[in-house]
Design a protein around this ligand. Structure first.
Ligand code: M6R
Length: 361
């Protein structure tokens, strides 16, 4: 069942170029996006995205996309908070629920709370027969295939892909993107399986770095823009399976508190493609280095040539056009968690205290 891999998690990380390719073929046709016509964003003033854990971080990345590609105001929340704070739910809005299992109790309760109040409830799920898929007005599959490892990996990147395609449709429906701009973004998405293969090739190098990361008590992840939620996801993945305390921060927030933690014993993982925000992130990274923090920079060739000097280590990712880098950079984040857990000898597929599907609130 593990197809020669030691763990389901390793298998599921490695499968991503293939399953993402399948999902791409499903959602992108030669003449455009393949999504139901009823999913029309032109008369909508707001999108509410609700989920838990890794699925919530997928929603957090998607907020950047819906806003920048479609000019659509988005609200995101974790399901366990959402329905208790009496959020206003305008009729001219969609509410979107993301869940790998489709059975997460808080997400299901949030969906039930929204039904009938918003124009449409939409589920983005991996299990098409699940409660969340059945109860939503419209269910979209992420097509990741069965995910066994408790730490979500391929479901995350496939959730991101489904959300990216939706954001492109929203951009077209709302006249925020023209056909040529949308086609360019679709072509970027089509490059991802190939780029993921290159990212997976850093696995041995990550395993070597992980031997040292495994000694740490605390690890920070930094990112800016759509890479910020990816920093949160990297930290979640690491703490979940290696039991090392990890936190993700928006790079710019560092000096508002967390920088007090930095000394030579704290590794700081900076997820930063060479995008329009790169220079700002580098200056935050230099503040860490000035305090002897041990920086691992994950970036592309341009990022390596301009900023890798003086870091503890760097990982070289292929270049990917904005704004879809989080889909690619998820892989080194997953591999860092996986190899660090292996170096510590923890049970990566069945981490303590956790269940694959959380069916109690
Ligand atoms: O099945 P769901 O996507 O609704 O699950 C949500 C979270 O419980 C899940 O993503 C959890 O955070 C993972 N173990 C993260 O790796």
């Amino acid at each position: 069942e593990k197809a020669g891999y030691k763990h389901f998690m390793a298998k599921e990380i490695a499968e991503q170029p293939v399953v993402l390719g399948d999902a791409l073929r499903h959602y992108l046709k030669a003449d455009g996006v393949n999504l139901p016509e009823e999913l029309n964003f032109s008369d909508i003033d707001r999108l509410t995205l609700v989920a838990c854990g890794t699925a919530f971080y997928a929603c957090s990345v998607a907020k950047y996309w819906f806003e920048s590609l479609a000019g659509l105001p988005c609200e995101i929340d974790v399901a366990s908070e959402f329905r208790y704070r009496e959020p206003p739910l305008p009729q001219r809005s969609f509410a979107l629920f993301v869940s790998q299992s489709g059975e997460t109790a808080d997400t299901l309760a949030a969906l039930r709370h929204c039904k009938g109040k918003v124009a449409r409830t939409i589920a983005v799920v991996n299990v098409p027969t699940s409660s969340i898929a059945r109860e939503a007005d419209l269910a979209l599959p992420i097509l990741a295939g069965i995910e066994v490892g408790v730490a979500s990996t391929k479901a995350f990147t496939c959730q991101l892909l489904a959300l990216a395609v939706m954001a492109l449709k929203a951009g077209l429906d709302r006249g925020h993107l023209n056909a040529a701009q949308a086609a360019a973004h679709m072509n970027t998405l089509r490059t991802l399986p190939g780029l993921m293969n290159a990212a997976l090739a850093t696995s041995d190098e990550i395993a070597r770095l992980a031997a040292q990361l495994a000694e740490a008590q605390d690890i920070l992840f930094l990112g800016r823009g759509p890479m910020y939620p990816l920093a949160l996801e990297g930290a979640l993945k690491l703490k979940e399976i290696s039991y090392i305390h990890a936190e993700g921060y928006a790079s710019g927030e560092l000096k508002h508190g967390p920088i007090a933690l930095i000394d030579r014993s704290v590794p700081v993982i900076v997820m930063a493609p060479h995008d329009k925000l790169f220079d700002k992130t580098v200056s935050n990274m230099q503040e860490v280095m000035a305090r002897q923090g041990k920086v691992l920079l994950v970036t592309d060739a341009k990022g390596v040539s301009t900023a890798a000097e003086g870091t503890w280590a760097h990982l070289h990712m292929p270049e990917v056009a904005e704004p879809f880098a989080p889909i690619l950079y998820a892989l080194p984040a997953q591999l860092l968690a996986y190899h660090t857990a292996i170096a510590k000898g923890t049970d990566v597929d069945q981490p303590r205290n956790l269940a694959k599907s959380v069916t109690v609130e």
